[in-house]
Design a protein around this ligand. Structure first.
Ligand code: ACO
Length: 330
């Protein structure tokens, strides 16, 4: 029997991401919407959200396809082969099928078999949820090298007659390879949910008797989400810093869920972080739900912004309502 040394920690060995090639600027999206009588503008979208463009997957491209590209990039960055992975977790709310999980479909596309593979559904907090589960499994010895992926095709659940939501979201995937390590790595995690707020952000449809029942398109009360998000993001950041015995000033980079630049800047301000420490990709990606944090992390790593040894705060918030944070030394 293999002996596992304790205590052990989880570190990120490599990051990867993928954006489908079809990029739509606000002006291009506004022109398409205008053809259906839906009025919006680049100016409104930029001022209210900070979004300038988003990527949409072509018809026939599914969540596991985006996840596969991101996973391969993360494996390459970690210098690992798919066959060395012993756990796959995919965070998504836009899976390929009702079942099996996107993680199982991804496992097959990676050409591996045997290791546990499952999805985590926590909407825009999905990646911090998945990272926390993988961290727990690695710390207890249940896994040693995990692929954790956030992948979404939110364009499939958008109501393109509702200008208050369809301009906000995009498609994409981000991934990390996690490895067991004798030093952190992940310093602390903090997860929460409050199902009483289900109504302010949901896609309420379901499948029954061979038919879609209810509305399968995203609904959001933007202002209610905004208020709740600003509050819980600060609370979760404070909780994770407390657990790790660190201060606001120890944070080198804040990588929050990329939903709205105003929420992100509000969180940075509450943590007394200069805006230069905020990683921003919402301008180019829009809100990619569970994919937004690993996409932003990978972009920041590959651009040389975030470096090995930096202390990074990841924060998610989304439908459920769910929220949480992960503090790590890269
Ligand atoms: N183009 C032009 N005008 C618009 C658009 C649009 N795309 N959308 C709304 N408007 C109009 C409204 O009709 C309203 O007009 P009125 O004043 O004549 O009634 C006006 O703009 C203001 O609308 P508000 O809803 O008050 O705008 P607000 O400043 O609140 O911004 C937004 C809306 C961007 C949605 C904001 O509330 C927000 O970002 N909320 C949080 C979203 C979020 O963080 N989601 C994260 C979780 S996502 C997940 O988990 C899947």
């Amino acid at each position: 029997m293999t002996q596992t040394a304790f205590p052990r920690f989880t570190r990120i060995a490599g990051t990867g991401s993928y954006l489908p090639p079809r990029r739509l600027t606000n002006a291009q999206l506004a022109a398409q919407l205008a053809e259906q009588g839906v009025e919006t503008s680049d100016q409104w979208i930029v001022e209210r959200t900070g979004i300038r463009a988003r990527h949409f997957a072509d018809d026939g491209v599914v969540c596991s396809d985006l996840a596969l590209h991101a996973a391969r990039h993360a494996l390459e960055a970690a210098g690992r082969q798919a066959g060395e992975i012993d756990l796959i977790i995919v965070a998504t709310s836009t899976p390929d099928m009702v079942f099996p999980s996107t993680a199982c479909l991804l496992q097959q596309k990676l050409g591996i078999a045997g290791c546990p593979a499952f999805d985590v559904q926590a909407v825009c907090s999905g990646f911090v949820y998945a990272l926390t589960v993988a961290d727990s499994m690695i710390r207890t010895g249940a896994a040693s090298r995990a692929l954790v992926i956030g992948s979404e095709v939110f364009s499939r659940i958008l109501d393109f007659t509702d200008r208050t939501t369809c301009v906000l979201f995009g498609d994409g995937a981000g991934a990390v390879v996690l490895e067991a390590s004798d030093a952190p790595g992940i310093l602390a995690t903090d997860l929460h949910a409050d199902g009483r707020h289900v109504g302010i952000l949901c896609t309420p449809g379901t499948v029954a008797g061979g038919k879609v029942l209810g509305d399968p398109l995203l609904k959001m009360d933007g202002q209610a989400v905004f208020k709740l998000a600003v509050r819980v993001l600060e609370e979760s950041a404070r909780a994770v810093l407390d657990k790790a015995g660190r201060q606001d000033s120890d944070i080198d980079w804040l990588i929050p869920h990329q939903a709205n630049i105003r929420i992100m800047q509000g969180t940075a301000k509450k943590l007394k972080l200069p805006l230069e420490k905020l990683v921003v990709t919402v301008d180019e990606h829009g809100n990619t739900s569970a994919a937004s944090i690993p996409l932003a992390l990978d972009h920041a790593v590959r651009s040389g912004q975030v470096k090995r040894g930096d202390t990074v705060m990841l924060e998610g918030v989304g439908g459920g309502f769910t929220w949480g944070a992960v503090l790590l030394d890269l």
